[in-house]
Design a binder for this molecule. Structure first.
Ligand code: NDP
Ligand code: MG
Length: 388
């Protein structure tokens, strides 16, 4: 634990994205408590340089080497050190003097940085759900208690509900789900929906990949697997609860029938901030909610027949091993293809299901094995995509 006088030294990996820029906002608000010591991006060098200048950051990293000599990098503050390429960026959380790494990279690509940060004993404010889904079997045993603080709103909620509780007394987790922009649509209607419509999410403003995952409900599927790893609860004791208003961020049901929920505005900065402030609570990063003015809260069941990605994710979670990695890789390919207009909405689950069927499940032993599994599954997904 750091002394209260010293600011927490933070590295934000994926600082140019939706979670990353909101993490910057939290640092802006709590400049007396947080000091940014490292920032990374994939290719958005202009935004990276702007943030490095604003916060006077000593280390920056660019994962995509083809952007390593963008002219804008001349404008980095004097003395700022620059790393280019996937490898050095993964090491950045380690080489920097960070106490806490905000892992806000999207996709499987975040797994190297996750492993490096955990190994180095950093506290991780963890948003990059795909790496937990794929690598949970490897990463979870490496963690010290309290080392990983979830940032995903549902998992932050569950984490908060579990403070002071005994794991053996947890009966079930209730993972809330907005239902996405296509809630209650039939398969026939879903067939014709476009990426532009999917990108209009009703309650959260997020990066493009996760927004499409919310529309297919693959996001909720990934979150079931994420919760399974983070909280060591069997897949079938994690229930998805459609709650359109996104005010209850998730709930924990205990053995005595009591249910604890965490509520709040639909603003990711609260969960991001808690990822850095835990076990403390700091002043709110957003306006408080007037609960007297809120519409009624509603609950319902997710339709796994209409939204097959959720069903496939549960299947992958039950099988375990490398199957979640296969599923995730196929989804990353299909999700990008749908965004690019290269396939239809229902093709996403078709591609994921087909790649899962074609793959053999192995126990997860090494990161190298996961990398190979990810690459192979992407290859198969591209072949399936070419046929749709
Ligand atoms: P964005 O797409 O908005 O941002 C992704 C960030 O990662 C960017 O900084 C991007 O850099 C960087 N990045 C992309 N690819 C790579 C790579 N190969 N190597 C290193 N860095 C890379 O995503 P979000 O912020 O929406 O999501 C980030 C993670 O948080 C995801 O795993 C998502 O599931 C999770 N999450 C997000 C929520 C949200 O509200 N957005 C809510 C809950 C969880 P560049 O800008 O240069 O491309
Ligand atoms: Mg979530």
């Amino acid at each position: 634990m750091i002394e209260t006088q010293r600011r927490l030294r933070v590295a934000i990996l994926g600082c140019t994205g939706s979670i990353g820029t909101q993490a910057l906002d939290v640092c802006r608000k709590h400049a007396d408590k947080l000091e940014i010591v490292a920032l990374t991006a994939h290719s958005s060098t202009a935004a990276l340089v702007a943030a490095a200048r604003e916060f006077g950051v000593p280390w920056v990293g660019i994962a995509d080497a083809s952007h390593g000599s963008d002219p804008i990098l001349q404008e980095l503050p004097v003395g700022t050190r620059l790393c280019v390429g996937e490898g050095p960026c993964a090491e950045l959380g380690v080489v920097s003097e960070a106490d806490c790494v905000v892992l806000a990279v999207v996709g499987f690509a975040g797994i190297e940085a996750a492993q490096a940060s955990i190994k180095a004993g950093k506290t991780v404010a963890y948003a990059n759900k795909e790496s937990i889904v794929c690598g949970g079997d490897l990463l979870m045993p490496m963690l010290e208690p309290g080392q990983l603080i979830p940032v995903d709103s549902e998992h932050s909620a569950i984490f908060q509900c579990l403070v002071g509780e005994d794991h053996d007394e947890v009966r079930r987790l209730w993972l809330t789900c907005s239902g996405g922009p296509f809630y209650s649509m039939s398969r026939e209607e879903l067939r014709g929906v476009t990426a532009a419509r999917a990108l209009a999410h009703p309650t959260w403003k997020m990066g493009a990949k996760i927004t499409i995952d919310c529309a297919t409900l693959m996001n909720k599927g990934l979150e079931v697997l994420e919760a399974h790893h983070l909280f060591d609860v069997p897949i079938d004791d994690i229930r998805v609860l459609v709650h359109r208003q996104s005010r209850i961020h998730s709930m924990v049901e205990f053995s005595d029938g009591s249910v604890k929920a965490q509520l709040g505005p639909s603003d990711m900065r609260i969960a991001i901030q808690y990822g850095m402030s835990y076990p403390e609570r700091w002043a709110a990063p957003c306006e408080p909610q007037d609960w007297c003015l809120e519409p009624p809260l509603t609950f319902g069941e997710a339709d796994e027949n209409a939204f097959g990605c959720l069903r496939l994710a549960r299947e992958a979670g039950r099988a375990g091993g490398t199957l979640p990695c296969v599923m995730n890789a196929a989804n990353e390919v299909a999700n990008a293809a749908f965004r690019a207009g290269a396939c239809g909405f229902l093709d996403v689950e078709r591609i994921v299901g087909s790649v899962m069927e074609q793959s053999r499940v192995e126990r997860v032993d090494t990161l190298e094995q996961l990398r190979e599994c990810d690459a192979r599954s992407r290859e198969i997904a591209r072949e399936v995509l070419a046929e749709v």
